[in-house]
Design a binder for this molecule. Structure first.
Ligand SMILES: [Ca+2]
Length: 496
């Protein structure tokens, strides 16, 4: 998101770990009047599901200019425009908790707790044709309780959740169906809710995450790999998760899988783990505190939604400060946290900020419980493109010392949400007299100073700071009166 020539060294250092594809500055985005639990993308459309009754345009205050959308809305991924696709999901707990498109993008599978889609009866899971936004007549499984996770392959739709029966048949918290909605013989008995699914069909594996302790009658805490055809256990992960640490998100790239967890109680694990698809061995473990809710690997980096508040053990991370950072990006290879810190507040509901992520048309979408993004009101949804539009905040300049012939100025470094290295420009009487470049983060704002050689008299000093693209306003001027050199000094210093 930078770069001037002066920042080239810093950019090269960052390139080893990859550079985020997105700026930290949000694009104008519609909002919800409730919680977003799930997002999915297909054909340049981002689908948003959750617990809400309306959406409202960017900038609208709560209750203003509302458009009815019952727990489901669709947007153009690139422009953010609200689309007419708007079936309502109602009944039961009237919430959409999971969505996933078919690999060809022709069908969107939707799960949650509802008994109607539009005027048609449904039972916690349905499919929509993405071409015309109408519910599929064939995929209408009767699922006995909430669906919390969906995964799709060319031939199979996997559902995970709280249920015990699908189509009247026993299916304990996980089931597999054909794209036409026929229940497949796949069967695994999971003792507690399933919250995340990811298939690696070419590896013969289905990754399953949730609150469980036992799968198929054997100990398997929070994460298990199943045979995607039979449901038999392929691998469990002893020692990976402490008790009461649920897997909330699983994602994968071509060679690795990534898991995000939410823990409670002693020995908590809230962070992320990377493992190898081939054999299930761990590549790295990131012990940031602040439950992880969603993960998206994109262009070599792992984006995550959490409320991180102690990443002191993670390279590039920050110490406990009593505050929370809700969006992060890190290296897929080394787990290093990179300098990209867009943020939300905790918001409503369980006050955990973002709960869902999706990338489409080069735009990162995030949804959740938040009511602010980067300290500005914005509820439920936000998104990030590639344009860096935010300027760092202008520092407060002060004069710390004046001597004959010089003035020493000090200030605390500013910070920028997506550029570590910032350049400060000092002006004396409106003329640029110095440039200083320094790295800073929100948890490390070094004191800076500059000594200016100035002629005797009264001078006005100002400062501004730039990330290489955007420059702050100029600071309020401070004045310094430089004394004339004493006659005695001139004699001593005079070589004649
Ligand atoms: Ca920037």
């Amino acid at each position: 998101m930078c770069c001037t020539t002066a920042l080239l060294d810093a950019s090269l250092a960052a390139a080893a770990d990859g550079t985020p594809a997105f700026s930290a500055d949000p694009l104008a985005t519609w909002q919800t009047d409730g919680i977003v639990w799930s997002m999915a993308a297909a054909n340049g459309v981002v689908y948003v599901g959750g617990t809400f009754d309306h959406v409202r345009p960017p900038g609208a205050a709560p209750g203003q200019r509302q458009v009815k959308r019952r727990n489901f809305a669709a947007f153009d991924a690139a422009t953010g425009k609200l689309l007419p696709c708007a079936p309502s999901f109602t009944g039961h707990h009237h919430t959409v908790r999971a969505m996933k498109a078919s690999p060809d993008g022709r069908v969107l599978y939707v799960g949650g707790s509802f008994d109607h889609v539009g005027s048609a009866r449904a039972s916690n899971a349905v499919a929509l044709h993405t071409s015309n936004c109408t519910p599929s007549k064939s995929f209408r499984p009767s699922v006995s309780a909430t669906v919390r996770a969906i995964e799709t392959t060319d031939k199979t739709i996997f559902l995970g959740g709280d249920f015990g029966r699908v189509g009247g048949q026993p299916r304990n918290r996980i089931a597999a169906l054909t794209p036409k909605g026929a229940l497949l013989p796949f069967r695994a008995d999971v003792d507690q809710p399933v919250r995340a699914l990811a298939a690696a069909a070419s590896h013969g594996r289905l990754f399953v995450g949730g609150d469980f302790e036992s799968v198929n009658g054997q100990g398997a805490r929070s994460l298990v790999t199943l045979n995607p055809t039979t449901g038999k256990t392929v691998l469990s992960y002893p020692g990976w998760f402490p008790p009461q640490s649920s897997v909330k998100a699983i994602a994968r790239d071509k060679t690795r899988f990534f898991v995000g967890a939410e823990g409670h109680g002693p020995g908590i694990f809230d962070g992320r783990i990377a493992g190898r698809l081939t054999n299930g061995t761990m590549v790295w473990k990131d012990t940031c505190r602040g439950a992880t809710q969603a993960l998206v690997p994109y262009k070599g980096l792992l984006y995550s939604a959490s409320h991180a508040h102690d990443c002191g053990e993670t390279p590039g991370g920050f110490p406990e400060r009593g505050d929370r950072q809700h969006l992060l990006v890190q290296s897929l290879d080394t787990r290093k946290i990179l300098h990209w810190f867009p943020d939300t507040n905790d918001g409503v509901g369980e006050h955990v900020g973002p709960r869902a992520l999706a990338v489409s048309r080069g735009v990162l979408w995030a949804g959740g419980e938040f009511t602010q993004v980067n300290d500005t009101p914005q509820q439920g949804i936000t998104r990030f493109g590639s344009r860096d539009t935010g300027a760092p905040k202008v520092p407060v300049l002060s004069v710390s010392d004046t001597d004959p012939g010089r003035v020493t100025l000090t200030w605390r470094a500013s910070w920028d949400r997506d550029d570590a290295s910032l350049t400060y420009r000092i002006y004396r009487d409106g003329k640029l007299v110095a440039r200083k470049t320094k790295a800073s983060t929100f948890w490390d704002l070094p004191r800076m100073s500059h000594t200016d050689s100035a002629p005797a008299g009264r001078h006005r000093y100002e400062i501004e700071v730039t990330d290489g693209t955007n420059t702050s306003r100029r600071s309020k001027a401070v004045t310094a009166t430089v004394p004339a050199k004493a006659a005695q000094d001139r004699v001593v210093g005079d070589p004649r």
